[in-house]
Design a protein around this ligand. Structure first.
Ligand code: PLP
Length: 384
C-alpha cells in the first residue's frame, strides 16, 4: 500500500520510548531470558484490599455517569484538595473526573492551547507531556532544570514571550524524582502572576514524597492554576484508568464539554475506587516498601564510581548520569540490557541524553541483584 492514509499530525508523534523498551524487555523475557525490568512506572504491590472489596460490591452497576463524574466523587476530591492545597476556591464545580491523568492532560492542552501558542516545559521531561502538546499542535519551549533538579527561574524568564500561554510543572518530578523548592516556586509566581499564563501542575506523585520540605506547586498562590491528579500511582490501580483535573470554572466547563464527546465519562468502577480511596485519605499504597527501596538504590548507586545522581525526593525513580561511560545513553542502556538483562529507560526519552532512569517499585531482592549487575557492568565498561 503506497498511499499514506494518516493525518499529517501523526507524523510529529514519537512512540513512547518507555513503553518501547518495556516491550523489548518483555519480548526477551518471552524468549526465555532472565530480564530485570526496571522501566515502568507502576507500583508492584496489589490494590489495597479496601478498594478491592468496595469495588467488588459495585459490579452490578453499569450505567453512564455524568461526564464530569459522580457528584459524590467530585465532592470528595474537591474537599480533599481544598484541604491538601489550602485552596478555598476549590468546589465540586472545579473538578472533572477523567480516565486517568493522561486524558486530563490531553484535555487541558486541547482546551487551552491554540496552534502557535507556547508552553514552557522543564527538561528532563516525562515523554508524554511533550508528545501530548505536539498532538494539539502547540509549541513546546523547554527550560533546563538546574543541577539539583530544581527550576531555573532566570531561564524561564528568558523563555517567556507574548505567545507563552502556560507553564507545565510536575513536582515530584518524573524522571528525576526531584521536587521544586518553595523558594523557586514563589519566585515563579511573582514572575507569572502579572501575565496571562496558566500553570498546569501535574501532581500525580504528590502523595509519594520522602522528605519533609515538600510544598506542592498549587500552594504557591499562582493566579491561574490547573491541577492534574489521579489514583494510578497512589492506589496501585494504574490499569483502572482514573484521575481528575481541577481548574477555574470556565476552564473546567470547557474540559467537560470536550471530554463529554471523547470519553463520555471515566470508568464507573474506577470512580468507585476513587470514592473509597478518598474515604481513606488517598494515602500512598506500599509507601514503606518504596522508602526502603529508595535507600537501597541510592546507597548502592553512590558506591559506583562512574555513576552520579541527585537523591530523589519523591516519586519512584532514580535518574542517574552515565555520561562518563557513554554520552549516548540509548546505546548504554541497550548494552546493559544485552549483557545483564536489565532494562532501564535511556535519558534520550526525556530529552536528557547521558542519563538512565531506574524505577524502584519492585521487589528488593531483584533490585539488589540488578544493582550488583549494574555495578559490575559499569566497572568493566569499555574494557571488553
Ligand atoms: N503524569 C506523570 C508525570 C506520569 O509519570 C504519569 C505516568 O507515568 C502520568 C501522568 C500518567 O498517569 P495516569 O496513569 O493516571 O494516566
Amino acid at each position: 500500500m503506497s498511499k499514506n492514509f494518516l493525518a499529517d499530525r501523526m507524523s510529529v508523534l514519537e512512540e513512547s520510548t518507555t513503553l518501547a523498551l518495556n516491550a523489548k524487555a518483555k519480548a526477551l523475557a518471552a524468549g526465555g531470558r532472565t530480564i530485570y525490568n526496571l522501566t515502568v512506572g507502576e507500583l508492584a504491590c496489589e490494590t489495597p484490599e479496601y478498594i478491592q472489596t468496595f469495588v467488588a460490591g459495585k459490579l452490578n452497576e453499569n450505567k453512564y455517569t455524568p461526564p464530569a463524574g459522580l457528584p459524590e466523587l467530585r465532592e470528595k476530591i474537591a474537599g480533599h484538595c481544598r484541604q491538601f492545597y489550602n485552596l478555598n476556591w476549590i468546589t465540586s464545580d472545579n473538578v472533572i473526573v477523567t480516565g486517568s491523568a493522561k486524558p486530563a492532560l490531553w484535555a487541558i492542552f486541547t482546551a487551552l492551547l491554540d496552534e502557535d501558542d507556547e508552553i514552557i516545559i522543564p527538561v528532563p521531561a516525562w515523554v508524554s507531556h511533550i508528545e501530548l502538546v505536539k498532538i494539539v499542535g502547540a509549541k513546546v519551549i523547554t527550560t533546563k532544570l538546574d543541577s539539583n533538579n530544581d527550576l531555573d527561574i532566570a531561564d524561564i524568564r528568558r523563555k517567556i514571550t507574548d505567545k507563552t500561554k502556560s507553564i507545565l510543572l510536575n513536582s515530584p518530578h518524573n524522571p528525576t524524582g526531584g521536587i521544586f523548592s518553595s523558594d523557586k516556586l514563589t519566585q515563579l509566581a511573582k514572575l507569572v502572576n502579572s501575565k496571562k499564563i496558566v500553570i498546569i501542575s501535574d501532581d500525580i506523585y504528590s502523595k509519594l514524597v520522602y522528605v519533609n520540605n515538600f510544598v506542592p506547586v498549587p500552594k504557591h498562590n499562582f493566579k491561574y492554576i490547573v491541577i492534574i491528579g489521579g489514583f494510578s500511582k497512589s492506589q496501585a490501580i494504574t490499569g483502572w484508568r482514573i484521575g481528575y483535573l481541577i481548574a477555574p470554572v470556565q476552564i473546567a466547563k470547557a474540559v467537560n464539554t470536550l471530554l463529554s464527546h471523547v470519553t463520555g465519562n471515566a470508568s464507573l468502577l474506577g470512580q468507585y475506587a476513587g470514592i473509597i480511596a478518598m474515604d481513606h485519605g488517598d494515602k500512598q499504597a506500599g509507601y514503606r516498601h518504596l522508602k526502603s527501596n529508595r535507600e537501597l538504590v541510592c546507597r548502592t548507586l553512590s558506591e559506583i564510581e562512574n555513576i552520579s545522581f541527585v537523591k530523589p525526593a519523591g516519586a519512584f525513580y532514580v535518574f542517574f548520569d552515565v555520561s562518563k561511560m557513554n554520552k549516548n545513553s540509548v546505546e548504554w542502556c541497550e548494552q546493559l540490557l544485552d549483557k545483564t538483562g536489565i532494562a532501564l529507560v535511556p535519558g534520550e526519552a526525556f530529552r536528557a541524553p547521558g542519563f538512565a532512569r531506574m524505577s524502584f517499585v519492585g521487589n528488593s531482592t531483584i533490585l539488589e541483584t540488578s544493582l550488583n549487575l549494574i555495578a559490575e557492568f559499569s566497572i568493566n565498561y569499555g574494557n571488553a
